[in-house]
Design a protein around this ligand. Structure first.
Ligand SMILES: Nc1ncnc2c1ncn2[C@@H]1O[C@H](COP(=O)(O)OP(=O)(O)OP(=O)(O)O)[C@@H](O)[C@H]1O
Length: 752
């Protein structure tokens, strides 16, 4: 082994957890160790030696007390699998099991002794057993996985050395003990089986997405380390992060095999990643941006666009991308929320446009004022605003005649030709009114920007055609000289929270990048759609057919919270952004906690007191890790007062994020999109509030709109319920929301 050849040193997933628990001085020593090791593994101070009887496992000295255990993958390629006290390294070597998983082809390592101790720690202490009655056999608890054969477990991908331990498990606690130290996939499989999934479902939903596409050679460690199924740090920087930062952000370093496949894939066109809340869609979007930037030729431009629904989310993306790749990565990426992007395009084309842009609530107020002035009562403001935004603006309907022909799919009640004429007239009046007031809506901006950008694209394409006809030469006579300098604005576009973008946004984005490989990558979850922007991407020129995938493992919420959130959706159908259906099949978590608390109160005042009491009992965590979510702004203020009386600091979340640094976050459900808390209370989950009375009333007047608005209210509650990491409490007064019915039934069932 030459000391000058470059040495690769990596860290295996889960070894980081062990390292985080080490005393600070040992972590420091490990940091020095990795430098020395990479400079020369054979330096005498490192005492590198092969463990007896084993060809690949080696130990090296970190400091007087601690040793690193390393797998030698190739001559100069080493993988840290564990860091242990020296006394624990050399005895009973059979317990150190490593190998290549025969299903995924990923490298796995387990210390069987650590796993067994963790399982035993969670066993109930022995009970004082009465003297056995002769002949009667003591009742043996049924092993948890008795209904599955060893072969089945291995076929699913359970790490082979762990199968005998799996056989001994009889309680959920023991299972959780094993999951803590088992390889990731083993934990996912066992918990899915334990939660009641069939062998076939686990095979399809958990195993198949991470199975190696080719036959696995279980001796070829170099091939194995390159597979996504081997979760390792890949760069020196990542290893340094793990060693230096207390809370190093595993998301930056250890991607799930399903995540890394999506990040690195070469797509022949637009691609979409779906998946339930907390499955790491945003994380995948961020890593995808980094991956795309790494493939770019050197330069100083920003050919990658990262965009999302609103300003807060865009600010959050910027902070996380900086964390992931530093200023160098940021310097190649334009991060902008999609409305800002649209406004930029409009302002660029119309520098004199000084209109004030208003949101949907302001627009609704304007509609109401206009209808009042006109004494018009045939239509309500919400209906007209939706019709104008979605049908007239959404389909770029330019004339009354076009509107007579326009498709109104998904818009609810049928309207006659005469009614269309009336609506058209009102829409025209409304547009003129906004013009007069010097205002425009965001939907108008998006449509205008889309049209401008599509026009720009046509000019670019015309130049490209001419260039092609001219044999690729540039010195051509162009009809429009300025167009020769036009380029597509971006080479790659990455979109987060895709479910909430409007048709105008999609047309705008489509026109901003050439139809090419890896042009558009979007992530989103239609179960979390909280604005009324349903689209079919194919009809907007974004063809994702055959390039659509799904993430299913939640990294955020516990199995218990996830189960309740599932209950809230109660089998309702959701779309996949492209005219077909999307399900949450396979959505799961390996985190465990307590069951969500469901509590009815006598009235709103009692509910506020209950909120204050719960929050007061949570002084063990920083208050910013706690949130209270309610249906209306007025309720948010009342909760703030109740918390204040209880001596708890609180801040309300406004459109720009939390107003202030310290305190429990309080806000309406809309504000919680994309956020994450340790503990969360959702209060006011009662009929009439969730869903609102106005929505319930629509049942008799407009059945389709009623259904759509119900879906939206349900999604809003679903988003709120899935923001919490460990603890969730749902409160109400009066009649509990209809959406809680499945949860209340399950609870009654569990306690009977
Ligand atoms: N591979 C990973 N390793 C560790 N943590 C991860 C990983 N992937 C995601 N996470 C964490 O899981 C949480 C949820 O991730 P993220 O916000 O990307 O999910 P999401 O699918 O976009 O959620 P939502 O749809 O609810 O907005 C974050 O705290 C993130 O850091």
């Amino acid at each position: 082994m030459s000391s000058t050849a470059s040495v690769t040193l990596r860290l295996l997933d889960k070894a980081d957890k062990e390292i985080l628990k080490l005393p600070r001085t040992v972590k420091g020593a490990l940091y020095d160790f990795q430098h020395k090791f990479k400079a020369n593994p054979n330096a005498t101070g490192l005492q590198l030696k092969q463990l007896k009887g084993d060809s690949r496992l080696w130990s090296a000295r970190v400091n007087d007390e601690y040793r690193a255990l390393l797998l030698r993958l190739a001559d100069n390629d080493w993988l840290i699998v564990s860091v242990k006290h020296r006394k624990e390294v050399y005895e009973n070597l059979d317990r150190l099991a490593y190998g290549i998983n025969q299903i995924t082809g990923g490298i796995e390592y387990v210390d069987l002794q650590v796993v067994e101790e963790s399982v035993l720690r969670r066993s109930a202490p022995p009970q004082a057993v009465p003297a056995p009655v002769p002949e009667a056999r003591p009742a043996q608890p049924e092993p948890l996985f008795a209904r599955f054969s060893d072969e089945q477990l291995k076929d699913l991908g359970v790490a082979e050395p762990l199968v005998p331990v799996v056989r001994t498990l009889t309680t959920e606690d023991q299972l959780l003990g094993l999951v803590e130290y088992a390889p990731q996939l083993t934990g996912e499989i066992l918990l899915s089986l334990f939660d009641g999934k069939s062998y076939e479902d686990v095979l399809e939903q958990v195993t198949a997405p991470v199975a190696a596409p080719e036959p696995v050679d279980t001796e070829d460690f170099q091939a194995a380390v390159e597979r996504p199924a081997t979760m390792v740090t890949t760069t020196d920087d990542a290893l340094r992060d793990v060693l230096q930062e207390e809370d190093f952000g595993r998301w930056k370093v250890f991607l799930h095999p399903t995540q890394s496949r999506l990040v690195e894939r070469d797509y022949s066109g637009p691609a979409r990643v779906g998946g339930g809340p907390g499955t790491g869609k945003t994380i995948v979007a961020l890593h995808r941006v980094k991956h795309l930037v790494e493939q770019l030729p050197p330069g100083h431009t920003k050919p990658v666009l990262l965009t999302t629904y609103n300003k807060n989310l865009a600010a959050d993306l910027r902070a996380r991308l900086l964390d992931l790749g530093g200023e160098q990565l940021l310097s190649r990426v334009d991060i902008s929320h999609v409305d800002q992007l649209a406004l930029r395009v409009v302002r660029e084309a119309e520098p004199g446009n000084a209109k004030q842009t208003i949101d949907d609530n302001q627009a609704l107020r304007e509609w109401r004022a206009m209808l009042d002035e006109l004494g018009e009562t045939s239509w309500d403001a919400e209906f007209l605003h939706d019709e104008w935004t979605q049908v007239i603006l959404g389909q770029a309907v330019a004339s009354r005649a076009d509107y007579f022909r326009a498709r109104r799919a998904g818009r609810g009640r049928n309207i006659t030709r005469q009614e269309r004429a009336g609506i058209w007239q009102l829409a025209e009046k409304f547009t003129q009114r906004l013009d007069r007031l010097g205002r425009q809506t965001w939907a108008q901006v998006a449509e205008r920007a889309a049209r401008l950008e599509m026009h720009r694209e046509q000019r670019i394409q015309a130049v490209e055609r001419q260039r092609a006809e001219n044999g690729g030469l540039d010195n051509i006579h162009l009809q429009d000289g300025s167009a020769a300098w036009l380029r597509y604005r971006y080479r790659h576009i990455v979109v987060d929270e895709a479910q909430d973008l409007r048709p105008g946004h999609w047309k705008l984005l489509r026109a901003m990048a050439a139809h090419d490989r890896n042009d558009i990558f979007l992530v989103g979850d239609t179960h979390q759609r909280i604005y009324n922007n349903q689209v079919t991407l194919g009809s907007l020129g974004i063809n994702i057919r055959g390039r659509s995938a799904k993430l299913t493992l939640s990294y955020r919420t516990t199995r218990q919270i996830l189960g309740s959130a599932f209950g809230l959706l109660s089998g309702e159908p959701f779309d996949d952004l492209d005219g077909s259906q999307e399900t949450l099949a396979g959505y799961r978590s390996v985190l465990s906690g307590t069951r969500p608390l469901l509590r009815g109160c006598a009235d709103w005042e009692a509910e506020c007191e209950a909120v204050a009491e719960l929050v007061s009992g949570w002084r063990d965590i920083p208050s910013e890790q706690i949130a209270v979510c309610v249906p209306t702004n007025a309720m948010a203020q009342q909760v703030a007062v109740a918390l204040h009386h209880a001596g708890v600091r609180a801040v309300e979340i406004g459109p720009e994020g939390p107003r202030g640094d310290e305190g429990v976050h309080i806000g309406t459900m809309f504000r919680f999109k994309g956020l994450e808390y340790q503990r969360m209370i959702i209060a006011g989950v009662a009929e009439g509030l969730v869903p609102r009375t106005e929505v319930i009333r629509l049942k008799d007047t407009d059945a389709l709109r009623h259904r759509r608005e119900l879906q939206r209210a349900r999604s809003l509650l679903f988003v709120a319920a899935t923001r919490s990491r460990d603890t969730l409490a749902i409160l109400w007064h009066g009649t509990p929301s209809r959406f809680l019915e499945p949860l209340l039934t399950a609870e009654a069932h569990a306690s009977s």
